[in-house]
Design a protein around this ligand. Structure first.
Ligand SMILES: Nc1ncnc2c1ncn2[C@@H]1O[C@H](COP(=O)(O)OP(=O)(O)O)[C@@H](O)[C@H]1O
Ligand SMILES: [Mg+2]
Length: 401
């Protein structure tokens, strides 16, 4: 039975460790100062727009939310308003902008305007009205009496089959050409955004393309330090660094490991989180990892053969030495596989075929291949899978490096 202090600590842990929720207040954000400055500087420059891109799970939505919170000026009637919406796979250009303008209405109302007044503020906005072209958007924004920053998260989810994305690029171009007092920030996974602006070379100088890379170990360690000290827990020297290392740049895991190790300590009635608590937290972390990641792993390694090598070869891929773009060659698998399988001699033929299979849709295409025959490069499609594979390796009793 937990005592009141332990219950309080458990509640606080839940507030500071949020594996499934983006950060939305600056005090909960760790690290990322350099990125915050760059994004703010761009958004505060007239005529500049921003593309924030990076792999899933690197912390893009969190950055966008913290920026939104810190640059808005809600206490001034003509102060800057930040509107953040999320795109989805059924959005059209028109439906997306309806979401944006509805948010403006809401933001105005929260500031104490009535529905009617808000409508006047945003230029008699009838949200049933169709916004078809970039110029419709421009006219709508021109009617505002305050500057706006519009953040569109998950931009990559918008369908490529319609002209929705191209029209967005046209809108940014029009805003730049006509000096509209509004900035747009598109947030999403790399590829789709790159392609899009390839056609609009002329506006590239008006767009700051900012990459969000996986987090540094020191930044991840800070999540643990802040989380435990604000929950009233001490921790054995080096646990913060160990959790950072296990997270491989991805804060989702830092939050999960921090949360479950803290809970294990509380369960055992101590106020110091130990390495033993961390060991116990690993299976709970694996069980609670975001559904998509677990599904990807299961699809990639599914087999009816009892002595199949899928999990071990994938673990070797996770452990393989990689270049700065996360790519590796088949020869980089030899050393980790020897360790994993505990076999001094291992022919490449035993595992080469697995790599090709990991690229097939049947195995969820967890790897992608580039380069030419005899000189292929391989990389994880979703690098956020790497820490999961390693944690599962540890749980399976493998020597993970
Ligand atoms: N700088 C940060 N400090 C602390 N936690 C973070 C940070 N960035 C992201 N997180 C956490 O990591 C997880 C994934 O972040 P999220 O912003 O959703 O990533 P993305 O949008 O790139 O997929 C969330 O649980 C979030 O709370
Ligand atoms: Mg996101």
């Amino acid at each position: 039975m937990a005592n009141p202090n332990e219950m309080l600590a458990a509640d606080r842990l839940g507030k500071w460790f949020t594996p499934n929720k983006p950060i939305d207040f600056p005090e909960y954000l760790s690290g990322r100062m350099g990125l915050l400055y760059r994004i703010k500087d761009a958004l505060n420059t007239q005529g500049q727009h921003v593309i924030l891109w990076g792999d899933r799970g690197t912390g893009k939505t969190s950055l966008a939310k913290v920026i939104a919170f810190s640059i808005q000026e809600p206490n001034r009637k003509d102060g800057k308003r930040v509107i953040m919406v999320s795109a989805d796979s059924v959005d059209t250009f028109s439906s997306l902008w309806h979401k944006v303008f509805q948010e403006v209405l809401l933001a105005q109302r929260q500031l104490g305007f009535t529905q009617q007044n808000a409508a006047i503020v945003v230029g008699n906005l009838d949200v049933g009205e169709t916004i078809k072209s970039p110029n419709d958007v421009r006219l709508m924004i021109k009617s505002f009496s305050f500057p706006v920053v519009i953040i569109i998260d998950e931009f990559d989810r918008m369908p490529s089959t319609t002209d929705a994305k191209t029209l967005m690029a046209d809108t940014i171009k029009l805003f730049s050409d006509m000096n509209v007092d509004a900035s747009i920030m598109l947030v999403g996974v790399a590829e789709s955004i790159d392609e899009l602006f390839a056609e609009h070379a002329s506006i590239s100088r008006n767009i700051a393309q900012i990459q969000v890379e996986p987090m540094e170990n020191a930044e991840l360690a800070e999540i643990i330090q802040k989380g435990y000290s604000n929950s009233g827990l001490a921790y054995e020297n080096g646990i913060d660094a160990k959790i950072a290392m296990l997270s491989q740049g991805y804060p989702h895991y830092t939050h999960l490991l921090g949360l479950w190790a803290g809970r294990k300590a509380i369960e055992a009635h101590h106020t110091t989180v130990t390495f033993d608590d961390l060991d116990q937290a690993i299976p709970f972390t694996l069980d609670n990892v975001a559904g998509g990641i677990r599904h990807e792993y299961d699809t990639a390694t599914d087999s009816h053969q009892p002595d199949n090598l899928f999990k071990d070869v994938l673990l070797a891929c996770a452990m393989a030495e990689k270049d700065h773009r996360g790519r590796f060659q088949v020869k980089a698998l030899r050393k980790p596989l020897r360790i994993i399988l505990n076999r001094p001699k291992l022919e490449a033929i035993a595992y080469q075929g697995h790599l090709a299979k990991f690229c097939e849709t049947k195995r969820g295409a967890v790897l992608k291949r580039t380069g030419l025959k005899h000189n292929y490069w391989w990389q994880f499609t979703n690098p956020q899978l790497i820490p999961y594979i390693k944690l599962d390796g540890i749980k399976r009793g493998k020597a993970v490096t």
